[in-house]
Design a protein around this ligand. Structure first.
Ligand code: T1G
Length: 696
């Protein structure tokens, strides 16, 4: 049953702007009504406190049901409140009133009961949910730990090992699994409100406090194993260790004292850098996903994909997984066959991961047609071309598509670098043309740059954003420009790494500086994975047109000329041992040292390397926003976190830069300018970061 909206009757009495109290016979109903997701804001907490005070003194009732109005139970504490002092009453005070209420209380859950919302449900005596509801404690995913009793109550229901896994993984649990684990007590099949009341009455008058329960038995070895597994996955994050510490208080400490210790740990983490960065990301991603235009999207049911290579097959996979139909076109039969095999594997993987919902991989695969004739796409609502990244090839295919598609059809290009306005013109329908720049591997990478060309109609752009949401991608708006947002920033980052190499720093030293800033992997290690020959060919294609005044580093060419093309040749910037582990390469060290000896400049220190990298990124971001190619600094951080491996729990390079004194950032841009020399354009970095500083 997909309950989408629950309301209360006109007789309900307002306890606060966000809480209403209603009677149903001898049951009191407390409705939380704080759209869009009933976050437990101060108004919710005040209203709940007032409602609980009233019902606790009402001798005419025998039980209480707490229900979320609208589309959800309570999605958690109001994350917007966490950057400052929390206005009273704080959540633990309200939850204590639920436990103190003399009548049994049931949480009637639909939509989401997460974080503080699920902690509220845990203080109720019973929990009932609709089958499509989700429950869980995702606080660790926000750099915190549950701060309102979750670490003390959940493990008492599910056992300490399972409690450790659920809380440190921050995972959301679908209602049927939650029932099996003991996180909820029943599933509502048709009418949540009525079934909650019936369930409550069937359980009689007694209270059933999770905080007073003895946890299901578990050996010390099982608890240790769960803790060690969580710590290993947590990779040294404080919030994971703190969560385990709080949960294990159950073994030694009276619950009242343990609740206070949990709250203290939560309060410390809440104002820490990691929690601030993750909250920033949470809101930045939602802001990025809002189209820059106010228009209704057009319906899309049948999607054409042209080009069945890696990108085309990946795009077809995610569109099929979302339940849309796909016609995949390629002139090469063998490529189509390989694509079908890869799509089948991807859908099977997604099914195993539970990411296809109620559908099976076979059902999703049934939505795929393949062929070699573009005319097959005449009925498509939207077509994405993902053919070879060459302007002549793309122009020809797009022109032919423009001629065969229906007048209403939208045409999108997956180009990374080519002149997208030229492609729009070639389509013959520039008003229904846009860029949908996916990132490889498409099934895994959430980022999708949605490029609005000069003539793209608002409804067409809105359709790009709606399609992104449908296929589980995170859209970020971009305007035309070489490399759009991510690749342009990455090109400047790469240049700074090469300048440092030219000045005598070694690949492993430069990669260490980049990972110190927050990149998951350094640029040279990443290049070895993707292969050095791609960039090498690109450099050779641009050699004739390159301005002689531009600083050009020859070491990458020298490495390729040695046949060192990366992991695929078992040697690139790094050598690779038998286990495939990258180790510093004496051959590359020799090249760098010989090059440095020729100019005699001292190799840059680690701080100077990371400063120049950060300076180049922040400066290019400022230019992107000034040129209107990127909408905001937040959008750029969303791109770098979701497409280029910058650590989510560091917020993004610009989030990090905004936390530095302005003069330090200026000095970093100076380093980037000195290293670049001719051609460096200075952006208004202070204007870019001022907005971030104000909002964090
Ligand atoms: N606080 C404030 N705003 C929130 C919010 C929250 N907890 N959750 C969502 N929003 C806003 C969101 O910014 C967006 O706003 C709108 O609601 C719709 O969100 C004490 C410390 C519930 C699964 O981590 O996972 O409780 O952009 O686009 O896709 O121990 O929202 O429209 O202006 O995501 O349908 C724990 C976070 C908090 C859950 C719905 N809770 N939210 O997804 O909508 S910490 C969470 C979600 C805590 C306690 C601890 C999702 C959702 P706008 P949306 P959706």
């Amino acid at each position: 049953m997909a309950l989408t909206d629950i309301g209360y009757s006109s007789s309900a009495r307002e306890m606060s702007p966000a809480v209403r109290l209603e009677r149903d016979g001898d049951i009191a109903l407390i409705f939380i009504d704080n759209p869009p997701v009933n976050a437990s804001s101060v108004a919710v907490r005040q209203g709940l406190a007032a409602a609980l005070a009233e019902v606790s003194g009402d001798r005419g009732i025998s039980g209480v049901a707490i229900i979320g109005a609208g589309r959800s139970f309570i999605a958690g504490s109001d994350i917007k409140e966490f950057g400052r002092a929390l206005p009273p009453p704080e959540l633990p005070e309200v939850l204590a009133a639920i436990e103190a209420c003399p009548w049994p209380v049931i949480a009637a859950i639909h939509g989401a009961a997460l974080g503080g919302g699920y902690e509220l449900a845990l203080t109720c005596d019973w929990r009932i949910a609709t089958p499509d509801a989700v429950v869980g404690l995702p606080e660790v995913g926000l750099g915190m730990i549950p701060g309102a009793g979750g670490t003390q109550r959940l493990p008492r229901l599910v056992g300490l090992p399972r409690g450790i896994e659920l809380i440190t993984s921050a995972r959301r649990v679908a209602a049927p699994e939650a029932l099996a684990l003991g996180m909820i007590d029943a599933l509502a099949q048709t009418d949540l409100r009525a079934e909650a009341i019936a369930f409550l009455k069937s359980r009689g008058p007694g209270k059933r406090l999770a905080s007073r329960m003895i946890p299901p038995a578990a050996s010390s070895a099982e608890i240790e194993a769960a803790a060690n597994a969580a710590l290993a996955k947590g990779k040294g994050r404080d919030c994971v260790a703190e969560a385990i510490k709080a949960i294990r208080l159950i073994e030694t400490t009276p619950v009242e004292e343990a609740l206070a210790l949990e709250r203290a740990a939560f309060q410390t983490l809440r104002v820490g850098e990691e929690a601030s960065a993750l909250r920033y990301n949470f809101f930045a991603e939602r802001a990025a996903a809002k189209p820059p235009v106010a228009a209704d999207p057009l319906p899309v049911a049948l999607v054409g994909v042209v080009g069945a290579g890696t990108m085309g097959a990946g795009i077809a996979s995610v569109v099929l997984a979302a339940g849309l139909k796909v016609i995949l076109i390629d002139s090469n039969e063998a490529v189509l066959a390989r694509a079908r095999g890869s799509i089948e594997k991807t859908l099977g993987d997604l099914e195993r991961l539970g990411k296809l919902g109620k559908a099976s991989a076979a059902e999703r695969l049934a939505g795929l047609e393949t062929g070699d004739d573009l005319a097959r796409l005449a009925g498509a609502d939207l077509v994405i071309e993902a053919v070879f990244e060459d302007i002549a090839v793309k122009t020809e295919v797009i022109a032919r598509l423009g001629a065969v598609l229906s007048d209403k059809a939208i045409l999108a290009t997956n180009t990374s670098y080519l002149d997208i306005e030229k492609l729009a013109a070639a389509s013959g329908r520039p008003d229904r043309f846009l860029g949908l720049h996916f990132f490889a591997p498409v099934p895994r990478m959430k980022l999708l740059e949605v490029v609005q060309c000069a003539a793209t109609e608002p409804a067409v752009l809105a359709t790009g954003f709606a399609l992104a949401k449908t296929i589980g991608k995170l859209p970020v708006p971009a305007r035309p420009g070489e490399g759009f947002i991510g690749n342009r920033i990455y090109a400047r980052y790469r240049a700074q790494c090469e300048y440092a190499l030219d000045d005598g720093a070694l690949p492993q030293e430069i990669d260490a500086a980049a990972t110190g800033l927050g990149f998951a992997m350094g640029l040279f290690a990443v290049s070895d994975i993707s292969g050095l020959d791609i960039a090498w060919r690109l450099r050779q294609s641009k050699a004739a047109s390159r301005d002689a005044r531009e600083r050009y580093v020859t070491i990458p060419d020298a490495v390729c000329e040695l046949g060192r093309l990366g992991r695929k040749t078992e040697a690139g910037w790094y050598d690779y041992d038998r286990a495939g582990k990258p180790v510093p390469s004496p051959a590359v060290t020799e090249l760098v040292k010989a090059n440095a000896a020729r100019h005699g400049r001292p190799a840059p220190e680690a701080k100077a390397i990371s400063g120049a990298i950060m300076g180049a990124i922040v400066n290019e971001a400022a230019l992107l926003v000034e040129e209107g190619i990127a909408r905001s600094a937040q959008d750029i951080d969303v791109v770098l976190v979701n497409g280029y491996g910058f650590a989510r729990h560091k917020g993004g390079p610009l989030f990090q830069a905004a936390r530095l004194p302005p003069e330090e950032v200026v000095a970093m841009v100076d380093l980037a300018e000195q290293a670049t020399g001719w051609g460096f354009r200075r952006g208004d970095v202070e204007a870019l970061l001022a907005g971030l500083r104000a909002s964090n």
